[in-house]
Ligand binder design. Structure first.
Ligand SMILES: Cc1ncc(C[n+]2csc(CCOP(=O)(O)OP(=O)(O)O)c2C)c(N)n1
Ligand SMILES: [Mg+2]
Length: 327
């Protein structure tokens, strides 16, 4: 289904906010204000925006260390994410997790996982729980292309199909796993989609820089899973503009390759589509202005947050005997 006009503006808004937030995160990292590392999804915004807009508010998201974008797309306020990056007590995890370990149960984010592939098996558990409880909630788990060469990916796919789980695996194929091109270490061309038939799944490849294509593909898969039709594996073809993490300049990538993908930047591309369809320039400019202000506000509020108190060091470290997810 094509997005309504409201959804179209929402897709543009989400991508814009994510881009500006991550640009700010990079600047703060370069100023040595970020505690720990960062992995930015700059260039990959259309995947986060398109998939999240196809989800219901009570659906679940599992993401990776490259996950700021997925939280923002699902509506987590910017300040607690920014404050978490800066290691402040007003951060999502009270400043104890940092960029790679974001969790926001109130927006259905059941964690960001730094161990490649680990989230996929836990996502199966979340989907199984929804299936068992009969809630019609769908779980979406994001993964990188490199994760497709990890055993957990294959274990998760197999069991998701065997149990017909309401889980959607979205592989963001940005063509690199750290500093290695995925094609140099993978037997098939499409690292996720070409493996799907081995588990009885349809091979799905979508242009991950076309936000509406991502939205349509995700909506179809999520709707089917919600109705009991079982899991799907979506491969979104995309590219990260920057390096793998921190200040990595990404020089291991050929210049022409980077230039080719910059020309396919999902945000200006969608902006042009909306203008062609008759959207008012002023409306888009207003979205951009509001996004800039929101990122500025989040930065100020994060910087104003206190350093975590010493007594917090031992909280939320051990299970308390309960089974519920909590922040
Ligand atoms: C099990 C495991 N092995 C190795 C690593 C180190 N590592 C961190 S990120 C990364 C690359 C993953 O690439 P990909 O899945 O394509 O995700 P991307 O970073 O491109 O989003 C690796 C190997 C890890 N975190 N976990
Ligand atoms: Mg990758």
């Amino acid at each position: 289904m094509d997005p309504t006009e409201d959804v179209q503006l929402e897709l543009f808004r989400k991508m814009t906010v994510i881009r500006l937030f991550e640009k700010r995160a990079y600047d703060l990292f370069m100023q040595n204000l970020v505690k720990g590392t960062t992995h930015l999804g700059t260039g990959q915004e259309a995947v986060a925006a398109g998939v999240s807009s196809a989800m219901n508010a009570d659906d679940y998201t599992f993401t990776t260390y490259r996950g700021h974008n997925h939280l923002i797309a699902r509506g987590t306020p910017l300040t607690p994410i920014m404050a978490e990056l800066l290691g402040r007590e007003n951060g999502l995890m009270r400043g104890k997790g940092g960029s790679m370990h974001l969790l926001d149960v109130s927006h259905g984010i059941l964690g960001a996982y730094a161990i490649i592939g680990a989230q996929l098996l836990i996502a199966n558990g979340s989907a199984w729980s929804a299936q068992y409880r009969g809630t019609r909630q769908v779980t979406v788990a994001f993964l990188g292309d490199g994760a497709t060469n990890i055993g957990a990916f294959h274990e998760a796919l197999n069991f998701a199909v065997v149990w017909r789980l309401p889980v959607i695996f979205v592989c963001e194929n940005n063509h690199y796993m750290e500093y290695t091109a995925i094609e140099a270490v993978t037997a098939v061309r499409h690292p996720a989609a070409d493996r799907a038939p081995a588990y009885g799944l349809e091979p799905i490849v979508v242009d991950g820089n076309d936000v509406e294509a991502v939205y349509r593909t995700a909506r179809a898969a999520i709707g089917k899973a919600r109705d009991g039709g079982g899991p799907a594996l979506i491969e979104a073809d995309t590219y990260r503009h920057g390096g793998h993490s921190r200040a990595d300049p990404g020089k291991y990538r050929p210049e022409e390759e980077v230039a080719g993908w910059l020309a396919k930047d999902p945000i200006p591309r969608y902006r042009a589509v909306l203008l062609r369809r008759g959207a008012a320039e002023a409306a888009l400019a207003e979205i951009e202005k509001t996004a800039r202000e929101a990122v500025d506000r989040a930065t100020d509020e994060a910087k104003a947050g206190p350093e975590p108190r010493l007594e917090l060091a031992a909280t939320n470290v051990w299970a308390d005997g309960g089974h519920s997810w909590r922040n």
